[in-house]
Structures are given as C-alpha cells and as structure tokens.
Design a protein around this ligand. Structure first.
Ligand code: FAD
Length: 390
C-alpha cells in the first residue's frame, strides 16, 4: 500500500475539506443549471491547484502525478467537472515543461501556475478522434508565422483558456502522417469567442453530463501564429508529445472515475441503511449486499491500478500499459458502480433530487475521453504483445 508523505497528506486533506465545505453543497444545483463554477475556480487558484505540478522555480508547488491524481479523486468525488477545468491545463503545463524551450517555460509556466492563464488541448476534429493521424488542421510557414487553417472539436475549456495546445500538420506529405505533426502553443484572450483575426471559438456544445465546464469547437481561418509558438524547436514531434501527455491524461481519467465511484458507493451504502422495504433496511436484503460488495471491490481495484500507473510514471518508468489498464478498468468500473448506485436508490435514483442521477450521467464520458475503451484495449494489447514477444 502506498505511504503518503506528510505534504501529500496535507494537500489531499485540504482539497477534501474544500470539497466537503464548498463543492458538495452546490454541485448538484450548478450542474443542473450547467453553470460554470467561477467562484470555485477562483478558490482553486488560491489553493495553488493550477500550479500543483509546475516546478517551484516557475512558481508552482512541484508535486508528483500521484499527488495530482489523489487531488483529482477528491475533486471528482464532489463534482467531476472541476477535474475537467484542471486536466487540459495540467497536460499543457506538462507538455511545455517537458518539451518546451527555456524561453517558452519562462514565458508561460509562471502565469499557468497561478491559474491566471488556464489551458485547453485541441487534438480532436469533427472527422478525427480516435484516429489522431487523420487530423486535417494544417500550419504552413509564411514569413515569421505559421498560417493555420482547419477545425478542432470538443475543446474542454475552449472558451476560458488563454493557451490552446493545438495539434496540427506542419507537413502533409509525410508517410506515416504522424511524422508531419507538431504542437503549437496558441495564445488567445480568455473568454473571447473571436479572440483574433482568423480564430473563432464557436459555441458551447450541450452535453448529457459533465456540465458546467465548457466544451467548444475552434476554427482557424488563415489564423497567423508566430513560429516561436511551435512547442520545442523541431517540427514533426507533435504526435509523440501528445501521446506522452495522454499517459497523464489517462491517469487523470482513472482518478476521476475513482472519485465519481467513491461518491456513488458512499451514497448507495448510506441510502441502503435508511431505506426500508419488506420490513427491514434494504441493506439487509442479500441482493443489495451483492451490489455493495461488487461496487466496493471494483472501486478498490480501480484505485490500486490508478496508483500503480501514477507511481510508475513518477519514478520515470514507462507506464503506457499501466495507464491504459487503469483508465480502462476504472472508467468501466465507474460506469458499473454508478448504475449499481442508481439501482440501489430505486425510483429515487432516477430523480434529480438525488446525487446519483448526476453521477450516472457523468460516468459515460470517462469511457470516451483520452481514448475510448476500445482504443484502450488496443493500446494494452499492443504493449502486451511487445512485452511478451516470443
Ligand atoms: C465531453 C468531451 C470532452 C472532450 N474534450 C476533448 C479535449 O479537450 N480535447 C480533445 O482533443 N478532444 C476532446 N474530446 C474528444 C475525445 O477525445 C474523442 O471523442 C475520443 O477520442 C473519441 O473520438 P471520436 O468521438 O471521434 O470517436 P470515433 O473515433 O469516431 O469512434 C467512434 C467509435 O468507433 C470506435 N473505434 C474507432 N476506431 C476504432 C478501431 N480502430 N477499432 C475499434 N473501434 C474503434 C470507438 O471506440 C468508438 O466506439 C472530448 C470529447 C467529449 C465527449
């Protein structure tokens, strides 16, 4: 079992208290209204959460992926959308920190650490999600700039972000296509639907769950981006950089799943002791006990897989297999656990008066984001065949 350091215990405890006092009392209502949690995000800034993993020399706290994952569990236990506000920001600061030039780090990380600038990640397009190499957005050199054309889709934090890490093709002729892909650090004015000539954020996409946090499109029409905004110094590295970042993204999704599942389990085990049917609390019926046992076992397994992936990555080891397994198992478990929680609540589980209704609608996104379960299985199988090659 993982022994937390005193600092980790303190940080995670602070986030837990914050979620209990500030998030849980308002989350259901804000989610139903699809309201952006402005005041809560301000408090997250003050707590230093946007700089949790940014090195201290750039104004952050310099904590590990494991600490981050444990904080995400707590936030998602309160409201999953809060972890959505953090995740693309976290991936962006990881990418700039690992692959950016010193100048790029100095320019962006301090403002990202305070949350003054928050970030989005634009990889998916209307016609390319799982098949990342099929993206069409291209950036062509012209003088000191790239001229960018194309359309991105599903940008979490698309509107309020000040930086959008955008995957483009800087060379459309390469075979395989991934060798012609690069990441651009696109800067824009947060909250502006049309921040610069040729850049259009598009409207918020309405979703079944995961509300509050915005999800937008983004269109580039001869948008000019200075070449100094290429991540790193070399074109053609974008695909590898994004895949590296996705290992973290997958741990994040696993952590959200653990958070949502924890809450669903807590709600179900409490309700099962309060609700009576056939003269006794429903928890005394064996069928309900089966649900509770399955939920708790899956939750515990998901948590352990998440920690295995995060601690391996923190140790600097390759962890794509572990991150894939954690993401796959935890998101599928979350889907099962939230459905079981709804079943335990009977008809009330279907009512907006009860939190499990929201948890049940939040869970399916986890089966899709950072790679669908089907794609995750391919990643896992490919790695297993490499590892066990005869
Ligand atoms: C709420 C929300 C927020 C998001 N946020 C972001 C974001 O911030 N940034 C970003 O870049 N993207 C984001 N995404 C996009 C997300 O990453 C994609 O939706 C996801 O990768 C799946 O791509 P797709 O929707 O195009 O589905 P498709 O790729 O079209 O897949 C459709 C179905 O086919 C299956 N499939 C596809 N290929 C294969 C295959 N080879 N073998 C077997 N099955 C296959 C898939 O598993 C799926 O079941 C977000 C999506 C949502 C819903």
């Amino acid at each position: 079992m993982l022994e937390l350091t005193d600092t980790q215990r303190e940080i995670v405890g602070t986030v837990r208290d914050f979620v209990e006092k500030t998030v849980i009392p308002v989350a259901d209502d804000m989610e139903h209204k699809d309201e952006y949690p402005e005041a809560i995000v301000e408090q997250m800034k003050e707590m230093g959460l946007f700089g949790l993993n940014i090195p201290e020399e750039y104004g952050g706290i310099g904590e590990s992926l494991t600490t981050y994952a444990l904080c995400v569990v707590e936030l998602a236990r309160g409201w999953m959308s809060l972890s959505g506000v953090l995740n693309t920001h976290f991936m962006a600061n990881y990418l700039i920190g690992k692959f950016g030039t010193e100048e790029q780090r100095q320019k962006h990380l301090p403002k990202m650490a305070t949350g003054e600038i928050r970030c989005a990640l634009a990889m998916s397009e209307p016609e390319a999600g799982s098949d990342v190499q099929a993206i069409r957005t291209k950036a062509v050199k012209d003088g000191d700039d790239y001229v960018v054309n194309g359309q991105k889709m599903w940008l979490t934090n698309g509107l309020r972000s000040g930086i959008v890490m955008t995957l483009v093709k800087t060379d459309t002729e390469t075979d395989p296509p991934y060798k012609g892909m690069s990441l651009l650090i696109i800067e824009k004015t947060p909250g502006e639907p049309k921040p610069s000539p040729g850049l259009d954020v598009g409207k918020n996409i309405e979703k079944m769950g995961y509300k509050g946090v915005e999800t937008t499109e983004m269109t580039f029409d001869d948008y000019r981006c200075p070449q100094t905004q290429l991540l790193g110094t070399e074109e053609g590295k974008g695909f590898g950089q994004v895949l590296d970042g996705m290992e973290l993204g997958r741990v994040n999704v696993a952590a959200r799943a653990v958070g949502v599942s924890t809450r669903a389990f807590e709600e179900a085990i409490k309700y099962s002791q309060e609700r009576k049917a056939f003269g006794k609390p429903i928890c005394q019926h064996q069928a309900i006990q089966m649900h509770l046992a399955d939920m708790a076992t899956k939750l515990e397994a998901a948590r352990l897989l998440m920690l295995q992936a995060s601690t391996k990555k923190d140790a600097g080891e390759r962890s794509d297999l572990e991150a894939g397994m954690a993401k796959l198992f935890a998101s599928e478990a979350c889907h099962d656990i939230t459905l079981a929680a709804l079943r335990v609540h009977g008809g009330y589980g279907y009512s907006k008066e009860f939190t499990v209704e929201r948890l049940y609608r939040d869970a399916p996104f986890l089966l899709i984001g950072e790679g669908t379960s089907e794609i995750q299985k391919q990643v896992i199988a490919r790695r297993l065949l490499e590892k066990y090659k005869i």
